[in-house]
Design a protein around this ligand. Structure first.
Ligand code: URA
Length: 433
């Protein structure tokens, strides 16, 4: 088989056979094909797409390109969750301890920031001492002991995705349905969990922009997972505006701790409860949504969920005292408050603009090798539907550089839209599949 013939075939919109897909993935994994040919094939897929059968073969071949984690020694079913990427998305950090406190073991492999979106691993590493580079045996041992663990993705898992993803990032081929679906589903299946909830995001701060595309992607991912013998659920949620008030690594950990102490914004609550309820029902801990919501309330109010987070931090080498003293996080050198220029209700905060400004402040990487400033970020003092009087602070920027503050300021200002009327109630969860 010649790679160039397969590029030609996809360019003309034909469907690959299983043998051809296996050849493509094995050439990528073994490095027997140059990056320019893989890139040309990715672009052909971007324009021509793949059928569901092709995408399932492709996903399976990516899974088989590396190790598949066997979590069976934990002795019970394991839950997992994956977000397609957002802004201020700290749901994993809240959800994992919450589920563990309800008796559902969670073994989670997470990633770092990608493009404009933040990553759970970077956020957790803002906790002084917290280690995420666990061996699989350590991950399993921690889940057995504490009921939860979160580790960074190992290179041994889905190596073909690692290579393809890096190429997609620099060839403008990230936002392709079959490529996203195969990338996400392969990683989740290789991670070994029995039940996975996918949080599929759409809107300005997500890779997918519309509800309709998010729905198509969700059906594709749950369909492929089912073809490969796994049950995945998908929650389609809006990423038009950042989630919660905090965007930035340690700031998001602080907001997660506050949530588990009982303080929350409506958007974080809606999404967390929805994903947690689906999982509780699947694991037969609750018979319906109502019962699940009561269990979640109880876990938060009794302090069980917070205790679970403390266990997670302690078991991975972090300083658990951050829970009661946010000053133990690295503190930024400078801050700047943006004031409202008129009276009005916040009608929209553009998620992409906030993410972009956050990266400028130092919270994300421009290049893979860049280090990040854990304390950099943005606090949204006013969020959707809140009223701001002229002169009141609507956002606070944090950075170690005054120059970065002045670069980010106009972008954040521009992200806010105001109205005279109270904005309509906003639903975050659009659909569950
Ligand atoms: N997240 C992934 O893991 N892969 C993608 O392609 C997009 C989001």
């Amino acid at each position: 088989m010649r790679f160039v013939d397969l590029i030609e075939k996809k360019k003309k919109g034909f469907e690959h056979t299983k043998e051809e897909i296996d050849f493509i993935v094995s050439s990528v994994t073994k490095d027997t094909v140059p990056d320019y040919q893989i890139s040309a094939w990715l672009m052909a897929v971007y324009f021509q797409g793949m059928t569901e059968a092709e995408t399932a073969y492709f996903t399976d071949a990516i899974i088989k390109s590396g190790e598949v984690i066997d979590l069976s020694s934990i002795g019970s079913s394991i839950a997992d969750k994956h977000s397609t990427g957002g802004v201020g998305d700290k749901i994993t950090i809240i959800l994992i301890p919450l589920l563990a406190s309800c008796g559902i073991p969670v073994a989670k492999l997470s990633g770092r920031g990608l493009g404009h979106t933040g990553g759970t691993i970077d956020k957790l590493e803002s906790i002084p001492g917290f280690k995420t580079d666990l061996k699989i045996s350590q991950l399993i041992q921690k889940v057995k002991k504490n009921g939860l663990a979160i580790a960074s993705q190992t290179k041994k898992l889905t190596p073909a995705d690692g290579k393809l993803y890096a190429l997609r990032d620099v060839t403008a081929t990230v936002d392709s349905m079959p490529l996203i679906a195969s990338s996400v589903v392969s990683k989740k299946i290789a991670s070994g969990a029995d039940f996975v909830v996918l949080d599929v995001k759409y809107g300005s701060g997500a890779f997918i922009k519309t509800e309709k595309d998010a729905e198509t992607l969700s059906s594709l991912m749950t369909g492929i997972a089912s073809k490969l013998g796994r049950k995945f659920n998908a929650v389609i949620s809006s990423m038009a505006q950042p989630l919660g008030r905090m965007v930035g690594n340690s700031l998001e950990i602080e907001e997660s701790i506050d949530f588990l102490k009982g303080t929350s914004t409506p958007d974080i609550k809606e999404l967390t409860y929805e994903i947690a309820a689906l999982t509780l029902i699947h694991f037969k801990k609750a018979k319906d949504r109502n019962e699940a919501f009561n269990i979640i309330d109880e876990s938060i109010q009794s302090g069980k969920a917070l205790k679970s987070l403390k266990k997670l931090i302690k078991s991975q080498g972090g300083n658990p005292d951050v829970i009661n003293d946010f000053k133990l996080f690295k503190q930024p050198l400078y801050s700047f408050e943006i004031k409202a220029e008129q009276d009005g209700f916040v009608n929209n905060i553009d998620a992409y603009k906030i993410a972009y400004a956050c990266k400028l402040l130092g919270a994300g990487r421009e290049k893979k090798t860049d280090s990040i400033d854990y304390s950099a970020g943005i606090k949204l003092n006013k969020i959707y539907a809140e009223y701001a009087k002229k002169g009141e602070t609507i956002a606070t920027l944090f950075s170690d550089s005054e120059e970065k503050l002045s670069l980010a300021e106009p972008i954040v200002k521009n992200a806010f839209e105001f109205s005279d009327e109270t904005p309509a109630e906003r639903k975050i969860v659009y659909k569950v599949i």
